[in-house]
Design a protein around this ligand. Structure first.
Ligand code: SAH
Ligand code: SF4
Length: 415
């Protein structure tokens, strides 16, 4: 989501005549911030101070702060850092187009009820595009700051989304990644998320559809059935479990228990046996005992995810869990996180080994940064593949590759 916001900021500024330059040579610096975990927020605080010296060298320099920390802290940032000129909240990016960025002052963090449609995007990739389909979240998981920083859930109109994707297809894009905090609650008039997928599946030129993220409590049979039925929908789902302990899931306000989650996995796998499933895990949530932690390890063993993103719990301002009494000690969190990661590493190795010798479809999206390989791409299951080619290939090609050497973080293959 933030990456795509940065693409929009770059697009809006380019529209105003700005060009990208090195930070030392810039007259305008915009810091796009994340506050999902304390570590992300701290990164901003450790960076912003350093930018004061840039102003001494260039008196014309303007500095803006946008994103979730901006939304959360608003004018406090201006009070604390005299060298910051403006703060824009998460639904205020269009101000960069409407006003001259050199003259924006103050903090603008109010939510508007309208979706911000931004028509100028400077995309990093020429084959894969990020596309917002909804903003915000109403779920209030007890650890999560998103409902506060991104506001209430709002879906983008289906017509606008389809127009954007048709335009991307005409420009040669092959893949779209649909973005939303909980795509399964997408609603536009009478149309739901599966209706949207069906429409995108009909757009000529688009070959692959992905989405992120889907909340287990709302994963419908209709969506599960779309896998394998919509030919462009890739066989991968990111489905955050968070914890293998139903007691902890309840404290997290996730609205499903471990058994519910297991049922979803078995329905997905009975529809598409080799579907790749990835997840998010939080370790050291308040009240998490050794028993709860073991439940999470057991869940990893039982489900065998293709990959996980694992995080130490961190307190977020305004969230329910930040006032829970029984916070877990830092060293305990640390140890539990490494147990989780070590176990998952062996599972990822086993999963990747299974692909050895198999033929997979790869969309080439970049030039290789690894010696002896020409290109990088992804399988439909979202695994990274380094490949040797006959050099007649180019970025954007979809090719058939035999996996010769599976590694933990990528697969090596040949045409
Ligand atoms: N909307 C998505 C998640 C978005 S946040 C969903 O519900 O699936 C991405 C991930 O960050 C979450 O899945 C969670 O694992 C992690 N996360 C969120 N808040 C956190 C916190 N306070 N501490 C640690 N990890 C957190
Ligand atoms: Fe955060 Fe939960 Fe909403 Fe995901 S569903 S963004 S974890 S509140």
């Amino acid at each position: 989501m933030n990456e795509h916001d940065s693409e929009k900021i770059a697009g809006l500024l380019e529209q105003k005549g700005f060009t990208q330059s090195k930070i030392d040579d810039s007259d305008l610096v915009i810091i796009n911030t994340c506050s999902i975990r304390k570590k992300a927020e701290d990164k901003f605080y450790s960076q912003v101070g350093r930018f004061a010296s840039l102003k001494k060298r260039n008196p014309y320099l303007k500095i803006g702060v946008v994103g979730c920390v901006a939304q959360q802290e608003g004018s406090n940032i201006l009070k604390r850092y005299g060298h910051v000129d403006f703060v824009l909240g998460t639904m205020q990016l269009n101000r960069l187009l409407k006003h001259d960025p050199f003259y924006i002052k103050d903090a603008h963090i109010e939510y508007s009820n309208n979706i911000e449609e931004i028509n100028f995007v400077k995309r990093k990739s020429s084959v894969k595009a990020l596309v917002n389909i909804m903003f915000g979240c109403n779920n209030f998981c007890s650890y999560c700051v998103v409902p506060y920083t991104r506001g209430p859930e709002k879906s983008r109109g289906m017509k606008n989304i389809l127009e954007e994707i048709t335009d991307l297809a005409e420009k040669g894009y092959k893949e779209v990644m649909l973005l939303g905090q909980n795509v399964n609650s997408y609603k536009s008039g009478d149309n739901d998320f599966v209706d949207l997928l069906k429409e995108i599946n009909n757009i000529n030129g688009i070959e692959r559809i992905r989405f992120m993220t889907s909340h287990p409590k709302d994963l419908s049979d209709r969506l599960i059935n779309s896998f394998g039925e919509l030919n462009k929908l890739c066989e991968h789902i990111h489905l955050p479990l968070q914890s293998g302990s139903s007691r902890i899931l309840k404290l997290m306000n996730r609205c499903y228990n471990y058994q519910d989650y297991l049922n979803l996995i078995s329905r997905l796998r009975s529809k598409v046996p080799d579907i790749a499933i990835t997840t998010d895990i939080i370790t050291g949530f308040p009240y998490e005992t050794e028993e709860d932690h073991k439940d999470t390890l057991k869940a990893l063993q039982e489900i065998e995810f293709d990959g996980i993103f694992s995080f130490k719990y961190s307190k977020r301002p305004g969230t329910k869990a930040s006032s829970f009494d029984n916070q877990v000690e830092e060293d305990v969190k640390e140890r539990r996180l490494s147990e989780i990661n070590n176990l998952q590493d062996t599972i990822t190795d086993k999963k990747n080994e299974y692909i050895k010798g198999r033929k997979v479809e790869v969309l080439i999206d970049d030039i290789s940064d690894k010696k002896d390989f020409d290109f990088i791409g992804r399988t439909r299951t979202n695994k990274i593949v380094y490949l040797k080619s006959n050099n007649k290939l180019k970025i954007g090609d979809i090719v058939s590759v035999i996996i010769k050497n599976p590694k933990r973080h990528n697969l090596e293959g040949e045409i």
